[in-house]
Design a protein around this ligand. Structure first.
Ligand code: ADP
Ligand code: ZN
Length: 665
């Protein structure tokens, strides 16, 4: 339809669309999903997205006219617009913010990307599924005849990826697209090569560490090419213009990196992908060795179907897991710094057999904090309420929240006399100590400090794969879906900090991390070994990991969640208020909590200072709303928004910043 008016979405945190007028000539070729340049405010020009073309002048004022039409054809599909709308409503953020995340400004789709001629890559015939895999595969297909979402609970190295590959082939034969999501750091050359070996050039990759040109290429290829394709991507791939997805695979579905923390939209890619699948009548396969409590619960209640795969490919044994009781060992003065005798002996043996070792420590840096031996002062960030972490590589103290860093002071900056002592330890320290103990071992570190670019990260993995390094020390990055052939031993250096983390998901996550990293141990013909160092020898989660007992962990967690009304028994909405003036913030947050309490009948926690109560000079206060499953979700959310707006009608509180996080992690 040709209209004189268009509604557009601006890439700004404002609610609603804006109407502009268009002259007849430009209106002729205009379609929704094209981008236009529009004036906004005094003299700004923005790239906006056309969402509607119509004849209604909303008047009474004269409308501004668009400046230019950018695209000759739509670059965003109607189905994308409706998904973005859903995200905006569900995650309580302005649609413009979703638009901005989906199509970052630098994603200039007009830019001609030089496409190297595709080499029609040689593909292998697919591998034959073994009996257990074939059974699981058949069960998944059967389940898809009656259910939209299937959870494949398969232990590490059971061959989940092989099953995905067989399902992908079927979807392609039916001319449907496949979206295959992986957590950011699990999307490595290993998996890309496996898929390319099976499906050749119909595989595209969408990864935030890929160049803009590569990402544009994928976007444009999807727009212009109706052929069935496989898109392998990280969470942002849910924004892509998919025309006919038939299957969405979400590997490592339990991973919390599927949730975007900052900035808005604070979406969960797994949950959004399920919505996306619904739009297109596509099926969703969630795969993991350690399901999230929520997904497993959905299987128990019949919302999803569960398929299990309990044996490893080639009947490889699960590793033998042992506990080193650090409390006892410390008492008997048998710990060598952070290492138990058992761990040292096993590392030694593995190295002598020319086998490899992975050491997992879920903190980066060298020491976690310093304090003064005399006055006890802990050097803290100038802008945030956190202690600074010592990084030996540059001999500086770093804030992990804002990046602020200073040289290590010679004496305590507070009393000027005492020496600073180190407490706690991170990957850098583990690396250094292990190098002292095993001077001829080739050691590499994998954490966000070490793995800068995608290339350097891939090279690091490749060196370990080909045996050019012996020991890999790392944070949770080493637990993500890597498949190494020669790893004999996995050491979990400190389970205590994971178990003690003050979060209702701490036990679930500890179980997942420990099980996942354990899954890296084991060679083709030999059983691998895992040593967990902890002072909580009898902690139920440690027992669950030792016995590879997901079910008991689940039952215990679900009981706790029910008792305290946490997900999946409620939905959480967290509101964080921020301001420089702590008293003003206290007043504003108290007012907001009162307003919310008065308008909705749900459990409300707070206002409270979060764990880190000041970041970049802004004080933080949090209000947590637990919305019962049976409540009208959208109406309740609207009341929360109304309460925030009402709070801000008070002039003094107008400048208080707020963020809303639905299903925070
Ligand atoms: P998971 O995804 O469950 O961790 P993978 O699919 O990565 O397991 O399988 C583990 C290893 O076993 C991989 O190296 C894979 O190539 C191999 N493998 C699994 N199933 C088969 C099969 N049916 N034929 C050949 N190799 C297989
Ligand atoms: Zn800071």
């Amino acid at each position: 339809m040709i209209g004189n008016y268009i509604d557009v979405l601006l890439p700004l945190p404002v609610y609603g669309t804006f109407t502009y007028s268009v002259d007849a000539e430009r209106a002729a070729g205009l379609k929704t999903g094209m981008r236009v340049k529009v004036p906004f405010g005094k003299k700004n020009i923005y790239t906006a997205l056309v969402t509607r073309i119509h004849q209604q002048n909303p008047g009474p004022y004269e409308l501004k006219e668009i400046v230019d039409v950018i695209d000759p054809e739509p670059v965003v599909l109607e189905s994308q617009l409706s998904l973005w709308n859903w995200m905006s409503e569900y995650y309580m953020c302005p649609p413009g913010e979703v638009f901005r995340a989906a199509l970052p400004a630098q994603l200039d789709l007009r830019r001609k990307t030089r496409t190297k001629p595709e080499v029609i890559q040689e593909t292998k015939p697919l591998s034959v599924l073994n009996e257990a895999q074939q059974l699981a595969f058949d069960q998944v297909r059967e389940a898809f005849t009656t259910t939209e979402v299937v959870l494949l609970h398969g232990i590490t190295s059971s061959g989940k990826t092989e099953i995905y590959i067989h399902l992908i082939r079927e979807a392609i034969e039916q001319n449907r697209q496949v979206l295959y999501l992986l957590p950011e750091i699990a999307l490595t050359a290993q998996i890309i090569n496996r898929l390319k070996a099976a499906f050749g050039s119909s595989v595209s990759v969408y990864h935030s560490k890929y160049s803009i040109a590569d990402r544009i290429k994928t976007w444009n290829r999807l727009l212009s090419n109706p052929e069935a394709q496989v898109i392998l991507g990280v969470r942002s791939a849910i924004f892509l213009p998919l025309r006919n997805p038939g299957l969405i695979i979400i590997d490592e579905e339990h991973e919390n990196t599927y949730k975007q923390f900052d900035p808005a939209p604070r979406y969960h890619a797994r949950d959004t992908a399920i919505m996306l699948a619904k739009q297109h009548g596509a099926k969703v396969l969630l795969g993991t060795a350690t399901p999230s409590i929520e997904s497993y619960y959905n299987c128990r209640t019949g919302k999803y179907k569960l398929v299990e795969l309990n044996e490893r490919y080639l009947n490889l044994q699960l590793p033998e897991i042992a506990v080193a009781n650090t409390r006892e060992l410390r008492k008997r003065k048998q710990m060598h710094s952070h290492f138990s005798p058992a761990l040292i002996a096993n590392i030694d043996e593995a190295l002598r057999n020319k086998e490899q070792v992975i050491l997992f420590q879920n903190r980066r840096g060298f020491s976690l904090f310093l304090d003064c031996e005399l006055c006890g002062e802990v050097p803290k960030c100038r802008q945030c309420d956190v202690s600074l972490t010592y990084h030996k590589r540059n001999n500086r103290l770093h804030c992990h929240y804002c990046g602020y860093n200073i040289p290590v002071p010679g004496k305590c900056p507070s009393c000027g006399e005492g020496e600073l002592r180190m407490h706690g330890f991170g990957t850098e320290k583990v690396e250094e100590e292990i190098a002292l103990m095993f001077p001829s071992a080739r050691i590499e570190r994998m954490d966000t400090d070490a793995a800068g670019s995608r290339k350097s990260f891939e090279r690091l993995i490749a060196r370990f794969e080909t045996g050019e390094s012996d020991i890999l020390v790392g944070t949770q990055m080493v637990s993500k879906g890597l498949d190494f052939e020669n790893v004999r031993l996995v050491g979990i250096i400190d389970a205590d900090t994971m178990l003690n983390y003050p979060d209702f998901r701490a036990h679930e996550r500890s179980f997942q991390l420990m099980s996942q990293v354990s899954g890296r141990a084991g060679r083709k013909n030999e059983r691998g070994k895992v040593i967990i160092q902890t002072s909580y020898r009898d902690h139920p989660v440690i027992t669950n990991v030792l016995e590879n007992d997901y079910n008991s962990m689940y039952l215990e967690q679900i009981r706790e969640r029910k008792k305290f009304s946490y997900p999946p028994f409620s939905r959480l909405v967290e509101i964080i208020l921020k301001h420089r003036d702590i008293r003003l913030l206290d007043e504003a947050s108290q007012l907001l909590a009162d307003l919310i309490r008065n308008s909705i009948n749900e459990k409300i926690l707070g206002p409270e200072y979060p764990l880190v109560s000041r970041i970049r000079n802004l004080y933080l206060k949090s209000i947590l709303v637990k919305i019962e499953r049976m409540s009208a979700l959208q109406a309740t959310k609207q009341r929360i928004v109304d309460a925030i707006l009402l709070m801000k009608t008070n002039d003094r509180f107008r400048a208080v910043q707020h963020t809303i996080d639905v299903d925070p992690y």
